[in-house]
Design a protein around this ligand. Structure first.
Ligand SMILES: [Zn+2]
Length: 566
């Protein structure tokens, strides 16, 4: 998702810290750092996460009544009344039982009302606890069999958070403009589903009934619209691929449509009438973005659904095959130089970032929010790849290092599993800097390009955890990469290269100081453009060097590390 949400998070943390700075503090320009003088970040008090609540555990845990079934298909069929801000509809949920049982867990948040839940014509009993809806069956459902239930619901959903979850707004001309963006708060804020990350449907139908004068853009391929004869029209969309619950979206407004294509891939764009000319100009960047990502990772993952870019009133979101956009039709991020090093203004941050999620986030998906760096760290790294493809390697190195100023190193990137915990925003910036470091560790670009392309192919349409990625790297490189991943993802601090100079002998001694036992990582040292690769470990080793303490550098723009010269 976009970092806007994290501006809020940052603002909130800073209020707690009694700091007088506002939400934009996260964007201060990076301080100049030379390879020789990279300083350790100032120590910060680690945040103690609050104990998970019962509601968080119900949302976050992959409990027995979730694990006993495998989702196959949803048909969400919902009627939206913009005047009353009211939803009314049903989700047909098809699933396969993985073990014999009489109960499954679904989710629908208050104040939405469960109207009834049917298995065929049989009305099922259910119990609600916070957002969870436990559905009970009169007879045991058998392992291996497929069942479908119809979950009817209605009500006025809660609008919450900056993106609104589901927000009933008006466009600048006063017409209805209704959008969903519910990552974090959860899709069950506006429709009933199995609201977790591990299990996805194989495909999905979305039917949205709205007043005749409005347009709905949802995920998947547009299948057609039907006039219902009562002032409402139903818009039908078909998603041909697995999809996250939070990616499922409504975008209802007075949208104007224009289209293009890239090879066989249909590109569909939606903007408000008054923004149409600006959109036609700015959305042209989608082609270069697609070409760049296809260069590194192969074909756009949702080809049958096409690629859509849709204007919305918030900054943007990676809704699968229906990416939303609210970046003012200007380069940079909300008209600012996002990484502060003069590169961001060459492209539209929201088009590049949110669309990058089609590869990492939507095609390759984390199985628990704890490991959300798989979405955000990778996609932030994809921005760097885009910069490298479009503007060259020097700009890419500048761009990724511009992110250093945003890293807090105050808590590990990977959060607690199974409790609906949201990782710190370091998962974006430190995540990208870590992947840039990993490229330097591999130290062979053709091999690196093949590794990340193969990784993407291996996990496309799958829901994975960090361990899957580490195992992949271990196997493909034939090395134990676990300590490196652990240091960057499961500890707070980055590693420090300690250097001791002995001018009389003309030697330099070096070792890593890190939290992870057995941490070892090669690193380039000496003189820029003529780096020397050393295999540093936790034990002191010594090399000869003609360079003085001041002259002796470390390639800190290629490896995200601290340097401590003694
Ligand atoms: Zn994102």
């Amino acid at each position: 998702m976009s970092q806007l949400r994290f501006f809020l998070y940052t603002a909130f943390s800073m209020v707690l810290a009694a700091s007088a700075v506002g939400p934009l503090a996260a964007q201060t320009a990076p301080s100049a750092s030379t390879p020789n003088s990279q300083q350790a970040a100032p120590p910060q008090t680690p945040k103690t996460p609050a104990a998970p609540t019962r509601a968080d555990i119900l949302r976050g845990a992959y409990g027995p009544y979730r694990a006993n079934n495998d989702l196959l298909f949803y048909h969400l069929d919902v009627r939206v009344d913009p005047e009353k801000k009211f939803l009314n509809g049903k989700n047909t949920i098809r699933f396969k039982m993985l073990k014999d049982d009489t109960r499954i867990q679904l989710d629908l948040q208050q104040p939405l009302h469960v109207d009834k839940i049917l298995l065929g014509t049989t009305e099922l009993k259910y119990e609600r606890e916070f957002g969870a809806v436990f559905v009970d069956f009169p007879k045991t459902l058998r392992a291996g069999r497929v069942y479908a239930i119809d979950f009817y619901y209605s009500g006025n959903p809660l609008e919450t958070g900056r993106f609104g979850g589901i927000a009933f707004r008006k466009d600048p001309s006063g017409r209805h403009w209704i959008n969903t963006a519910c990552e974090g708060i959860g899709a069950s804020i506006w429709w009933p589903n199995k609201d977790q990350w591990r299990d996805e449907v194989e495909n999905m139908q979305i039917s949205v009934s709205i007043p005749n004068d409005l347009v709905d853009v949802s995920n998947g391929k547009f299948m057609g619209k039907t006039d219902l004869g009562d002032g409402y029209t139903r818009w039908d969309w078909l998603v041909h691929y697995p999809i996250n619950n939070y990616d499922v979206s409504l975008n209802i407004g007075n949208y104007q449509h224009f289209s293009d294509h890239l090879g066989g891939l249909p590109l569909d764009f939606y903007a408000l009438p008054e923004d149409l000319d600006k959109a036609k100009k700015q959305f042209a960047q989608a082609k270069g973005m697609l070409e760049a990502y296809q260069h590194y990772f192969g074909e756009y993952p949702f080809k049958k659904d096409g690629y859509k870019l849709i204007e919305v009133p918030y900054s943007g979101m990676e809704h699968q095959s229906a990416v939303t956009y609210g970046n003012h039709f200007a380069n940079g991020y909300l008209e600012r130089d996002w990484t502060g090093v003069g590169v961001s203004l060459k492209f539209d941050f929201i088009i590049i970032h949110e669309s990058g999620h089609e590869w990492f986030g939507n095609a390759v998906t984390a199985a628990d929010p704890s490991d959300m760096w798989i979405h955000e760290g990778w996609t932030t790294y994809l921005e760097c790849l885009y910069v490298e493809y479009m503007f060259g390697h020097d700009d890419a190195v500048k761009y990724v290092n511009g992110y250093k100023a945003k890293v807090k190193n105050a808590a590990p990137i990977i959060a607690e599993r199974g409790v609906n915990a949201e990782p710190p925003q370091d998962m974006y910036f430190k995540g990208a800097l870590f992947l840039n470091t990993l490229r330097s560790v591999v130290n062979d670009d053709p091999r690196w390009w093949k590794l990340i392309r193969d990784l993407y192919k291996r996990f496309k349409y799958k829901n994975i955890m960090t361990e899957d990625i580490v195992q992949f790297f271990d196997r493909k490189t034939g090395k134990d990469m676990t300590p490196i991943f652990n240091q960057y993802l499961r500890h707070t601090a980055i590693p420090t290269l300690e250097l001791k100079f002995n001018a009389a002998d003309g030697t330099v001694s070096y070792r890593w100081k890190a939290d992870e036992p057995g941490f070892a990582m090669p690193v380039r040292v000496g003189k820029k453009d003529n780096w020397q690769l050393i295999q540093a470990t936790a034990d002191w080793q010594t090399i000869k060097s003609p360079l003085t303490k001041d002259e002796f550098g470390v390639a800190t723009d290629l490896y995200y590390v601290n340097v401590d010269k003694q």
